[in-house]
Every structure is written in structure tokens, then in C-alpha cells.
Write a protein that binds this ligand. Structure first.
Ligand code: PLP
Length: 321
């Protein structure tokens, strides 16, 4: 197991020169180890940030200028638009578009999500790669187990590493893998100067989580597929969204009241936010996103519990719908 090094300083060498590590805002061994592993997984040079949203902020602030516009995948993670809105007074704009088709012209950055959370659409990566602007793919829900966006022409692959990569709901982190080493170097300098730097403790938890990433995601995919199939055959369920891989799905009940009754009636499936952990969680997204989502929409993230036990829990809760 990799050692956890919490130091913020390391001594200069005998000649008084700084070595590989000297002050942790510039770089630290545990974070660097996690970045090396993430880089292998995504096939690029990876940088770690204190959260997925921190990675998003750092990336757009480093890449864009006042007056620039981002083409943002419609129906993607609600918080990404919220982050962009928070940066609006720096002159940053965004327009939403249907990511299953080509991005609009006249934008300086294309932001996709694979698959989108909670609508579970997949982007047209080929159409986006043909666009003149750099392309970011938030592939938090796909994970590198199912998709390596840099191999499909994306310039940056971003993750909320809080989710599947760390995988145990105990570490808040974000990562960006870059196709171009020069872009990675620029982002690294920006990160050091702005101080949007990940700490050693969550990086160590990420390293531990990554050891089981493939096996967790394989199991979560199996379970989510089974639950999606069963939900499709259930009389109270109006629509099921599942892209056929990954551990995340969403489905619609008749209305918000039915969704609230069902989400609070499960036992094994915890009524909580987030996704990608070993514990199954389910929540109505209406509480956070309002009219942007159907009031009856429930998002379910499959964990590692027994799939049949999860279905029994869900089926019993659906009686309240
Ligand atoms: N991207 C996606 C797809 C997410 O689901 C989330 C969080 O839910 C984020 C980014 C933001 O990540 P964090 O919560 O680590 O800031």
C-alpha cells in the first residue's frame, strides 16, 4: 500500500536546492501517486482537485476569458450549470444544447457528460471532436472502466472522483485528465497559483478505492442492469433511463408525492444524495433541480449489496407509489 504523506514541506537537498517536493501546494507524493494512477486509467496526464466542482472551476478559469461562452450539455449534472452561473460575473456565459447532436458554433468550450446525470443520455463524441473548440467530457458516471473520452477526441476527461473512483462516500475529490501535456502543464501552474489543490488524505483514500474500481463498477453495472429491467416491467413506473452500462439509472413515478413516498420507504437503499459508492442510494432530484426534471423522477445509484435484496427493497417501496 502506498504510504500516506501528510507533510506540507520537504527539506531542500544538501546543496540547498529544492527536490521533487518542497511545498505541498506545488505537489505532494500521495497526490502525485493518485494522479499517476488516474492518468493511466484515462490515458492522459491527470490532475487532482479538491472536488469535482473545484476541477470544473479550475478548468474553465484556466481555459477561458471574459466574454467566452461554453456549450453545455442539456440535462447534465445540475451543479455544473450552478458553478458556471457563479462565474457569470467574471464574464463567463453558457448555452445549453442537445449533446446527442453537434455542439453550436461560436462557443469557446464544449462541455459534455457521459452519460448525463440524471437523464443518462450519451454525447455524440465524434460530432463534438469535429468542433473547433476544446472538448471536456465529464465522465463521472461512465468511469474509465466504460469510457476513455480522450481516445474519442476529447481534450479533457473530468471526474467527480468523489463518486465511483474513490467509491466509498468518504473522500471529496475531482480530477481532470488532459490529452495534451502542454495543457496539463498550464493547468498545473494555474492550480498551484490559485491554490485549488487536493489534500493527501482524500488522495490516499482514492488510491485505495482505485484498487477495486473495475470490480466495483462491473458489479454495479450488473446490478443496475437487473434493476432497470425489473423497473421497466413494473406497473407504477412510467419511464426508465439506463444507458446499458454503469451503476446509475433514473426512473419516473406518477408525480412528486409518489416519488417522495417511495424514496423514504426503502430500507437497504439509503435515501441520500450522491452516487458511485458501495452503498446504494436513491433520491428524488426534484428537491434540488426543481422543474428541470420531472417531479416523479428518482435517481438510483446501485451499490454492492445483493441485487435480489435490492430489488425486494425497491419493489416493496414501490407499493407506496
Ligand atoms: N459531475 C457530476 C456528473 C456529478 O454527479 C457531480 C456531483 O454530484 C459533480 C460533477 C461535482 O462533483 P463534486 O460533488 O465532487 O464537487
Amino acid at each position: 500500500m502506498e504510504p500516506l504523506d501528510r507533510s506540507t514541506i520537504w527539506p531542500y537537498d544538501e546543496r540547498g536546492e529544492p527536490g521533487a517536493y518542497y511545498y505541498s501546494r506545488y505537489g505532494s507524493p500521495t497526490v502525485a501517486e493518485a494522479e499517476a494512477r488516474l492518468g493511466e486509467l484515462d490515458g492522459g496526464e491527470a490532475l487532482l482537485f479538491p472536488s469535482g466542482s473545484g476541477a470544473t472551476s479550475a478548468l474553465v478559469l484556466a481555459l477561458l476569458r471574459p466574454g467566452d461562452t461554453i456549450a453545455l450539455a442539456e440535462g447534465c449534472y445540475f451543479g455544473t450549470g450552478v458553478t458556471f452561473q457563479a462565474l457569470a460575473h467574471w464574464g463567463l456565459r453558457y448555452v445549453e444544447f442537445d449533446q446527442t447532436g453537434p455542439p453550436p458554433e461560436g462557443v469557446q468550450l464544449v462541455w459534455l457528460e457521459a452519460p448525463s446525470n440524471p437523464f443518462l443520455t450519451m454525447p455524440d463524441l465524434e460530432a463534438a471532436a469535429a468542433h473547433a473548440a476544446p472538448v471536456v467530457v465529464d465522465s463521472t458516471a461512465a468511469t474509465p472502466v466504460h469510457l476513455r473520452p480522450l481516445e474519442h477526441g476529447a481534450d479533457f476527461a473530468l471526474h467527480s472522483a468523489t463518486k465511483y473512483l474513490a467509491g466509498h462516500d468518504d473522500a471529496l475529490l475531482g480530477s481532470v485528465a488532459c490529452r495534451d501535456p502542454a495543457a496539463a502543464a498550464e493547468l498545473r501552474t494555474f492550480r498551484t497559483r490559485t491554490g485549488i489543490v487536493a489534500a493527501a488524505d482524500p488522495a490516499w483514500l482514492l488510491l485505495r478505492g482505485l484498487k477495486t474500481l473495475e470490480i466495483r463498477v462491473a458489479r454495479q453495472t450488473e446490478t443496475a442492469s437487473l434493476l432497470a429491467d425489473r423497473l421497466r416491467g413494473h406497473g407504477k413506473v412510467q419511464a426508465v433511463r439506463y444507458p446499458g452500462f454503469g451503476g446509475l439509472l433514473s426512473f419516473d413515478l406518477a408525480d412528486g408525492a409518489a416519488a417522495r413516498r417511495v424514496e423514504t420507504a426503502t430500507g437497504l437503499i439509503v435515501n441520500a444524495t450522491s452516487l458511485g459508492g458501495v452503498t446504494s442510494v436513491m433520491e428524488s432530484r426534484y428537491r434540488w433541480e426543481g422543474e428541470r426534471v420531472p417531479a416523479g423522477l428518482l435517481r438510483l445509484s446501485a451499490g454492492l449489496e445483493d441485487a435480489e435484496a435490492l430489488w425486494r427493497d425497491l419493489e416493496a417501496a414501490l407499493e407506496q407509489a
